[in-house]
Write a protein that binds this ligand. Structure first.
Ligand code: SF4
Length: 376
């Protein structure tokens, strides 16, 4: 079975106002000792887990964070060299690195390219400087343009841009500007996320101070994204993701298809043999660990029924939808879930054809509510 590999880099220049990912704000060049110690631990974990899990065949690698490109080039290339010697990397593996604008230059990107990285995911978020400022992003619209051009000059022909709606003060017009700017750069892939207010973040703690777009306005923005991106040649293949034909993100597809993955680094999750486990979010304990058993915790072991429910939930995120034959093969309760799902066909939330059942665009807008009705 093919496996995905995720590597977490928990360092950022500063903390964005909406972010609850595990990452330490350390300026552009701070925490050098901790970065070196962390790199050494990642290399050690990579060697150890490569051995423990029998050098599994890896179909996709994703170095995310945090801000991976904040690490010095030598540390990034050391991590990559270790991954390559510890796992059986498929020659066609997709290899993505998250790269925030204003955190890389052409030397760093060329080194990543030479090391085998073949895809970049750039956190654009918005084309409006006032919105970027509200989110406490460290980059400007110009930085995104410049960074994108540098990535192309360095030979990256597979680039994804992340953009966001639901930002305070954002309007449908300002979101349109973001969409058209993203399209004008001609990336191969665009992810469109709605801003989530996560407890503990600065936006959450001060939400009364901000003017967030109303729910209707957010739904309109989501609809605009679909219209503008699809009319520009992008195909929606997942609830939040669009790509040019053949440029879907293999790593994310692996998650949504219920395949196995291993996660290296503090805070990284793994899924194998229906067991979900993760390394705790504590960088000092992670760096001090010798064999990583003391910092790895099992979150849950899925029963067959849990795994079937998860399959339904993940597959319904995809525009292709859920294959009926496959569902019947993994759970004796397929008919129960399908009859609930079919109850939404008349209202136009779900459609069924070609042996698949899927959300319509209208259904995607209320997918969480529909999923809980179908599954529980
Ligand atoms: S750069 Fe990304 S990971 Fe870092 S604080 Fe901002 S949103 Fe979070």
């Amino acid at each position: 079975m093919s496996t995905g590999l995720y590597i977490h880099i928990p360092f950022c220049v500063s903390k964005c106002a909406y972010c609850d990912f595990y990452s330490l704000a350390c300026g552009k060049n701070g925490q050098n000792e901790l970065k070196s110690a962390y790199t050494a631990s990642l290399c050690r974990q990579s060697k150890l887990w490569g051995k423990i899990y029998g050098r599994p065949s890896i179909q996709s690698i994703y170095i995310g964070g945090g801000t991976p490109t904040i690490l010095p080039t030598k540390q990034l290339t050391d991590i990559i060299a270790n991954i390559k010697s510890s796992f059986d990397i498929s020659p066609n593996a997709e290899f993505t690195v998250e790269a925030n604008p204003a955190t890389f230059d052409s030397d760093k990107l060329k080194a990543l390219k030479n090391a085998g990285v073949n895809r970049l995911s750039i956190g654009m978020q918005s084309a409006n400087d006032n919105e970027l400022k509200l989110l406490s992003r460290i980059h400007s619209e110009n930085d995104t343009e410049r960074s994108f051009a540098v990535a192309r000059e360095c030979g990256f022909d597979n680039i994804s841009l992340d953009i966001m709606y639901g930002i305070p003060d954002q309007t449908t017009d300002s979101f349109k500007r973001t969409l058209y700017k993203a399209v004008s750069l001609s990336p191969e892939h665009i992810s469109v996320y709605g801003l989530q207010l996560e407890p503990g973040t600065r936006l959450f703690n001060n939400q009364s101070l901000y003017a967030f777009p109303e729910e209707d306005c957010e739904a309109e923005m989501n609809g605009l994204a679909q219209i503008i991106l699809e009319s520009s040649g992008y195909r929606r293949y997942e609830i939040s993701n669009y790509s040019l034909p053949g440029r879907e993100c293999a790593h994310n597809l692996l998650y949504w298809n219920g395949m196995e993955y291993l996660g290296l680094g503090t805070g990284a999750c793994s899924y194998r043999d229906r067991r979900r486990f993760r390394v705790i979010t504590d960088i000092k304990s992670y760096c001090a660990s010798q064999d990583f058993t003391d910092v790895t915790k099992t979150d849950e072991i899925l029963t067959e029924e849990d795994a079937a429910k998860e399959y339904i939930m993940l597959r319904l995120r995809l525009c292709r939808g859920l294959e009926l034959k496959k569902l019947y093969s993994i759970t004796p309760n397929a008919e129960k879930y399908l009859s609930r799902a079919r109850g939404f066909i008349k209202a136009g939330f779900i459609e069924e054809n070609g042996g698949y059942i899927r959300f319509t665009p209208k259904g995607f807008n209320v997918s969480n509510t529909l999923l809980s009705e179908i599954l529980f």
